[in-house]
Ligand binder design. Structure first.
Ligand SMILES: [Zn+2]
Length: 124
């Protein structure tokens, strides 16, 4: 787990919620939306040595009422969490694509834009 990976997870979640907020955006009963938690196991569960304790990967929890299959999403690693959040982003962009002929962010065709707007970045 690196700081860059944490930033990547936060970046995708931030863009996803930002876009959702503009095009769906009913925040009623969603006060915990977007919580991210890292859980490191205790000394014993880590393996009981200094090396294992300082290198063990944390599990990642994400609370999302809006995205994913349940409200609380638990992942064995940060990389698993990033894969899932990118999938949520692609699924949400597909829903937007059903509702809009052109990207509502930048006005381009959905399949014809890459990084010019948040939707384009989420579809990458
Ligand atoms: Zn766009």
């Amino acid at each position: 787990m690196t700081l860059t990976e944490i930033q990547q997870l936060r970046d995708v979640l931030g863009k996803l919620h930002s876009v959702w907020s503009r095009y769906d955006g009913d925040w009623h009963h969603k006060r915990a939306e977007g919580v991210v938690e890292f859980h490191y196991p205790n000394w014993f569960e880590s393996g009981g040595t200094y090396e294992k304790y300082v290198t063990v990967e944390p599990t990642v929890g994400i609370y999302s009422y809006i995205f994913g299959e349940s409200r609380w999403h638990e992942f064995d690693s940060l990389s698993d969490a990033i894969v899932a959040v990118k999938r949520w982003a692609k699924e949400y962009c597909s829903l937007l694509q059903e509702d809009y002929n052109l990207c509502p962010e930048c006005g381009r065709e959905f399949n014809n834009h890459t990084e010019v707007c948040m939707v384009g970045e989420l579809m990458r």
